[in-house]
Write a protein that binds this ligand. Structure first.
Ligand code: UDP
Length: 328
């Protein structure tokens, strides 16, 4: 089966592409390399291009005889999305729409979409199930929610079948050590904490200690990127086997505060990791913890590396190895 992975040179996309290829799929990656890394595409073919290019999308779907799409290409920074909302609506909604149009035109029926816990906003109850109301607090989450709604309409009108995976906090690195998280600039907590431990980052800031949580810092549900990647394979297999359109949460069901993440990282690295306190970051809900019972029950997904220590250990191995030839 020929699968197009948009954003396949990015952090999560590169893990998805590798796992797909290992499962025997023919992987075609489309990435504009604005954030992704050429070296992250370990298997399959890399096509460098942008979702804004409708002609290119048509050509790829036709010439590569694409049968299913895993769509991860997007801007994904909560903070930036509150400074540049237009960028998020354009890339995540309008350009994504180009992909759906090209799929309809070329008769491609299945899409697995990379969505986010940020669609929920501040939860009314945790763990969050898929039926929890959606009130995104930031543009990033809203752009992903818009796209889910568009896919629903495309299913109704064009019969396009989708699985939307609402990721909680992806973390860790491939256990082979070949690929891992390498954003530029880095904004995510775990890599920043590890860069501080390595001494290649001056300051680590905790964004807010006045949240209504046990220690005042935000609580998140960290999920190993390999477990996340495995869910994409189950989703595309499900769609090919006739699964109706679905939304699934993906997390471990356990929350850790920012301070706890730093403590576990100290344990893993054996180093004292100093942090300074800053004001809250705009758009951050206090607590995000998933219920992933639905995907476990319906697709048989099971996380293999649920505990935070294992997740941070895999990230630490990757960071110690220098990432893709350094901190980019
Ligand atoms: N965070 C922090 N300092 C940092 C980066 C992140 O305190 O340098 C906090 C952030 O406010 C959030 C949590 O760590 O509560 C996870 O943030 P991250 O950016 O990793 O993921 P997000 O939850 O935004 O997807």
């Amino acid at each position: 089966m020929n699968i197009l992975v948009t954003g396949g040179a990015g952090y999560i996309g590169s893990h998805v592409g590798k796992k797909l290829a290992e499962a025997g799929y023919n992987v075609i990656v489309l990435d504009n390399l604005s954030k992704g890394h050429r070296e992250a595409v370990k298997k399959g073919k890399l096509l460098v291009g942008d979702l804004a290019d409708t002609g290119l999308l048509d050509r790829i779907l036709e010439e590569e005889e694409i049968q299913g799409v895993i769509h991860l290409a997007a801007d994904s920074l909560v903070g930036e999305s509150m400074e540049k909302p237009g960028k998020y609506y354009r890339n995540n909604v309008a350009n994504g729409l180009n992909l759906l149009e090209a799929m309809v035109k070329n008769g491609v029926k299945y899409i697995v979409f990379s969505s986010t816990a940020a669609v929920y906003g501040e939860p009314e109850e945790v763990p969050i199930t898929e039926s929890h109301p959606t009130h995104p607090e930031n543009t990033y989450g809203e752009s992903k929610l818009f796209f889910e709604k568009i896919m629903k309409r495309y299913d109704q009108i064009h019969g396009l079948k989708y699985v939307s995976l609402r990721y909680f906090n992806a973390a860790g690195a491939d256990l082979s050590g070949q690929i891992g998280e390498a954003h530029d600039p880095e904004t995510h907590l775990i890599p920043i904490v590890l860069e501080k431990a390595l001494g290649i980052r001056d300051k680590l800031y905790i964004f807010g200690t006045d949240y209504p949580t046990k220690d005042g810092t935000c609580i998140r549900d960290y999920i190993h990127v390999e477990d996340l990647a495995a869910a994409h394979i189950l989703a595309i297999e499900g769609l090919a086997a006739g699964l109706e359109s679905r939304i699934y949460n993906l997390g471990n069901g356990e929350g850790y505060s920012v301070k706890e993440v730093i403590e576990v990282a100290e344990e893993v690295t054996g180093k004292k990791i100093e942090a300074d306190i800053r004001e809250r970051r705009a758009g951050d809900p206090a607590v995000l913890v998933a219920s992933s019972e639905k995907i476990k029950k319906e697709l048989g997904w099971q996380p293999l590396y649920p505990d935070l220590k294992t997740i941070i250990e895999s990230a630490w191995r990757w960071h110690q190895g220098g990432g893709f030839g350094g901190n980019d």
